[in-house]
Write a protein that binds this ligand. Structure first.
Ligand SMILES: [Zn+2]
Length: 437
């Protein structure tokens, strides 16, 4: 793509950013007065005022870190190299201890005065782009073009920038804060970093504040859950004439999809919003062969964990029914089978609007002159939200678009505001420690 002028860039960037949001999922919301007051009070303290000034002053440094980290490839399941640099930066900036957990999450601990609770604050290390993708950053005017520059490398930079400002302004919190580069958010990563942090021997932070997605108004407090399957119908195969009557995987799969949709269509017309999609199909050998295998990949999503479980059960039953019916019609040979591999599982759920971290995010957003909008999305916060652990996903700032595409771009339009807002939410949640007497 070529653009004639820098101004044109700016307009396109803003239009793109607007188009990429999902208006149906947004819900404008005012904070409760007590939280607005709390945040206003916090922002008036000497410690936070100087931290916010530093966050703005570090804008050029943040831009350099963005270019540096973007140019370290981080394909799904291959985040180590970028993670190592992220760890070095956490150490340089003053985290009390830095380590990488068994799943690959990079964690910097900043100790609080009491350490009574642990606040997790992170962005994701991985991008959607496969190994070998050219990730060099092309700068045109104030626009940075590179795969992954916004999603979510800029999120990582927000995390680092908050740490730097807190350290240089010597802001002390009551609770411990973990600054985290999370692995495996995208695609088949299937939130593996967060699942480890929350489900296995992980640290289970009491609150999670995630930086992902664009803009300054959007606050994700509702997780959009999904399950994904790859189903393979496998049989003996054979010649279309000579082996006619052999169980046919393509016929079985067609029946299975039809039975699934017969029920799923009704299920998704009322109640919590739920969707299903047969996204990819394949298989077969030639037009004159009974296939030995036919496969498909299917994505199902719902606002409600119950509805998601119901449509998943419907789906699995329909796959078996398709296979059984084709086996009944079979005139010769071995029966075929439906092999159902679950390749994605993202939990759904939502937090009450009254949850303190949601209120603090709304209040902090309001202090920056922007009306907070509660949103439902699929992010790393899905994992804690589904467990009832307070969590929000907030925007990474600036203007950007074309996420998940090679021509992704990001423009530094007042992006420090997102750092400042994140800093206020983190400190409000961790508690500003009073002066030592
Ligand atoms: Zn992301």
């Amino acid at each position: 793509m070529t653009f004639p002028t820098r101004t044109r860039f700016h307009l396109l960037a803003i239009a793109g950013a607007l188009m990429s949001s999902t208006p149906a999922a947004l819900l404008a919301q005012q904070p409760e007065p007590q939280y607005a007051e709390e945040i206003r009070g916090l922002m008036a303290t000497q410690a936070i005022t100087s931290a916010l000034d530093l966050a703005e002053a570090h804008d050029d440094w943040a831009l350099e870190r963005l270019i540096e980290l973007t140019e370290i490839p981080a394909p799904p399941f291959m985040e180590e190299v970028r993670g190592r640099r992220f760890a070095e930066l956490l150490t340089e900036l003053g985290a009390d201890s830095v380590w990488t957990d068994a799943e690959g999450n990079v964690i910097g601990l900043r100790r609080g005065r009491t350490g009574a609770r642990t606040i997790g604050f992170g962005g994701h290390l991985d991008t959607v782009f496969p190994e070998g993708t050219d990730v060099s950053v092309r700068q045109v005017g104030d626009t940075l073009f590179a795969p992954g520059v916004g999603d979510d490398t800029r999120g990582l930079v927000v995390v680092l920038s908050v740490l730097r400002a807190l350290e240089e302004a010597a802001v002390e919190t009551d609770d411990d804060v973990l600054f985290v580069g999370v692995v495996g958010e995208e695609g088949l990563g299937d939130l593996r970093g967060m699942k480890y942090l929350y489900r296995d021997q992980g640290l289970q932070p009491d609150v999670w504040i995630d930086v992902d997605g664009g803009g300054l108004s959007r606050i994700v407090s509702m997780g959009l859950g999904s399950v994904r399957y790859r189903v393979t119908f496998a049989g003996p195969g054979g010649h279309s004439w000579g082996a006619f009557g052999t169980a046919n995987p393509a016929h079985a799969m067609s029946r299975a999809v039809r039975h699934f949709q017969d029920v799923a269509d009704t299920m998704t017309r009322s109640g919590p919003r739920t969707s299903y999609n047969v996204g990819r199909i394949g298989g077969g050998t030639s037009i004159n062969s009974v296939p030995f295998e036919t496969w498909m990949e299917v994505d199902m999503r719902s606002e409600s964990p119950e509805s998601l479980a119901r449509i998943e059960q419907t789906f699995l039953a329909a796959m078996d029914r398709g296979a059984e019916e084709e086996n009944e019609l079979r005139r010769e040979g071995e029966p075929l089978e439906a092999i159902k591999d679950k390749i994605g599982d993202r939990p759904s759920g939502e937090l009450p609007v009254s949850t303190p971290v949601v209120q603090r995010a709304l209040a902090a957003t309001g202090e920056f002159g922007v009306e907070g909008q509660l949103a439902r999305s699929s992010t790393d916060s899905n994992v804690p939200i589904a467990m009832g652990v307070p969590a929000v996903t907030i925007g990474r700032g600036g203007q950007g678009s074309n996420g998940h595409a090679p021509d992704e771009f990001w423009v530094n339009v007042d992006a420090y505001l997102a750092v400042q807002r994140a800093l206020v939410i983190v400190v409000a949640e961790a508690g500003l420690a009073g002066p030592i007497s």
